[in-house]
Write a new protein. Sequence first.
Length: 295
Amino acid sequence: MKHELNDLATFATVASERSFTRAAAKIGVSQSALSHTIRGLEQRLGLQLLARTTKSVAPTAAGAALLKELAPALDQITRAINNARSVRHRPAGRLRIVMSRSAAVMVLLPRLTAFAEAYPDIVLDVVTVTGPVDLVAGEFDAGIQLGEYIQKDMIAVRVTKELRLAVVGSPGYFASRNIPRKPKDLNDHRCIGLRLPGGPYRWEFEQGRKTVTIGVNGPLIIDDTHLVIQAALAGAGLGLAYEEQVAEYLAKRRLIRVLEDWTPPIPGFFMYYPSRHHQPAALSALTNALRLSQQ
């Protein structure tokens, strides 16, 4: 089929130019190669498509009829190819992006207005999930994820500084409870669990060379850190969230932070996507808008 389309397009060019010389120059092949292509097409169709003399070339009746049917289809194919090529150079089209809700709120939303104004022809189709995602299997163009979860064969671009987790509880919760001083003290507290695809997240702590992992217990397990924060504000128990997410509540004393010296920085969020030689202009635009150096 590809061979036939090429030959038909060649025939249309010769018929339009009414000259093998001009058609060969336009296509970028030799006249002899062009003549060979047309002869082969005529033999396969069993029709003479072009009448030739030493001075002129013109479609036969059969050639003119074929050209009449062929021209609109070739024009449509040309437009489709040009539109596809424009994606490489013009920031436009739909990008399917996957990320956690936390990444959407902390990374994307603060820059969305400026990005939408700068690139009005780009549509971001965002899917929020909990946990790592296979971009290729999910047919996503890119994702935003914590650096530790990104596969090594992906291109990763830093979009935040290092982050820290914070263990927090409301003043009302601590009114009748002791402040935990070490991670193991969490065993005596109600904790709000965070569900990941593999099960509830085991809280991880580190101090110097010492690491501790705690399987916390409590009245609630949910899959979104923003809901964890709301539950902690309501006094349901201790919650674990990103420091940036609870900074305002800490400043207003609506939440109290504990075990701060056990929560060292983690790598932070990265935008990632499969390695590709011909990256769409829309994806390049989004990458440049979100990368840390632009913030």
